[in-house]
Ligand binder design. Structure first.
Ligand code: NAD
Length: 272
């Protein structure tokens, strides 16, 4: 199965469906990412703070998959902001991943208390120029923090941000659309904390002979989001990858859009 790609505002492409490793135990990461690569995923989303970049790197090395067939994202953690410090942090991430470059490097969170996200962001294009990352972007920059980033004139290729049927980033979306910044939807399945089978999603899923999770992933794809659901379970990894043989109608997409109610599923990861 070839996963569709989206073209970013820097002209590079990104596979629209990937595999995320938030909260994947570092001891288990190599096995879990190996499973994901065997299932067919070629886009892996990790972060320095997940503590599992080494496991991701080992799985990639062991897979024998050509580097240019893979898309790897990692993220700068909050205590490594600043121009010099972020460069050191990226170097450490690359070493752990066993790679000479990532495909996408993100600022993980705005750090308003230190007022240093902008200084960090202004250093990011040099990492792209040095070939340490192909594209650059931000994460968790909503309508409160994105304007300061945009004021630099350096436009992020993506904003990786919580996004699922009950929290669609309504306030931030106009800025993202205006600058052609792709939404990377984290927590795309509501982190498994919401009983979506009991909503209109359950009915739509039954109509297509698919699960609620596949239906939500399909909704993300049709809304133009990049999405990387996480599961430690190989059957669910395969299920989440099996989303290219059906299509939601316009009315079904609209019905899922209608579930928006401002539900933030993971309050523990608000900016620190
Ligand atoms: P998710 O919405 O992908 O939910 C994962 C959970 O959903 C699993 O643990 C499991 O309980 C359940 N699940 C997965 N597949 C299922 C299926 N087919 N059927 C039933 N239940 C299923 O949440 P997530 O892992 O938080 O988000 C995905 C990725 O987004 C992460 O792994 C990470 O890469 C990224 N992320 C980024 C940030 C950020 O701050 N940038 C924050 C959270 C997550």
């Amino acid at each position: 199965m070839t996963v569709p790609t989206l073209t970013l505002n820097d002209g590079k492409t990104i596979p629209q469906l990937g595999f995320g490793v938030f909260k994947v135990d570092p001891e288990e990461t190599e096995r879990i990412v190996t499973d994901a690569l065997e299932v067919g995923y070629r886009h892996i989303d990790t972060a320095a703070v997940y503590g599992n970049e080494e496991g991701v790197g080992r799985a990639i090395a062991k897979s024998g998959i050509a580097r240019d067939e893979l898309f790897v994202t990692t993220k700068l953690w909050n205590d490594r902001h600043g121009a010099d410090e972020s460069k050191r942090a990226l170097g450490e991430s690359l070493e752990k991943l066993g790679l000479d470059h990532v495909d996408l490097y993100l600022i993980h969170w705005p750090t308003p208390e230190n007022n240093n996200s902008v200084e960090t962001w202004e250093a990011f294009p040099s990492y792209r120029d040095q070939g340490l990352t192909t594209s650059i972007g931000v994460s968790n920059f909503d309508h409160r923090y994105l304007p300061q980033i945009l004021d630099t004139g350096i436009i992020p290729a993506v904003d990786q941000i919580e996004c699922h049927p009950q929290f669609q980033q309504i306030e931030t979306r106009p800025l993202l659309t205006e600058h052609d910044i792709k939404v990377e939807a984290w927590g795309p399945l509501g982190q498994g904390k919401v009983d979506y089978a009991d909503t209109v999603i359950g009915e739509i899923a039954s109509a297509h002979g698919k699960s609620w999770a596949q239906t939500i992933i399909r909704w993300h794809l049709q809304r133009g989001h990049v999405v990387f659901p996480k599961s430690n379970n190989r059957d669910r990894m395969a299920q989440n990858f099996d989303v290219f043989d059906f299509e939601l109608t316009t009315a079904e997409v609209a019905a899922i859009d209608g579930l928006e109610n401002g539900l933030i599923v993971n309050k523990s990861v608000e900016p620190v």
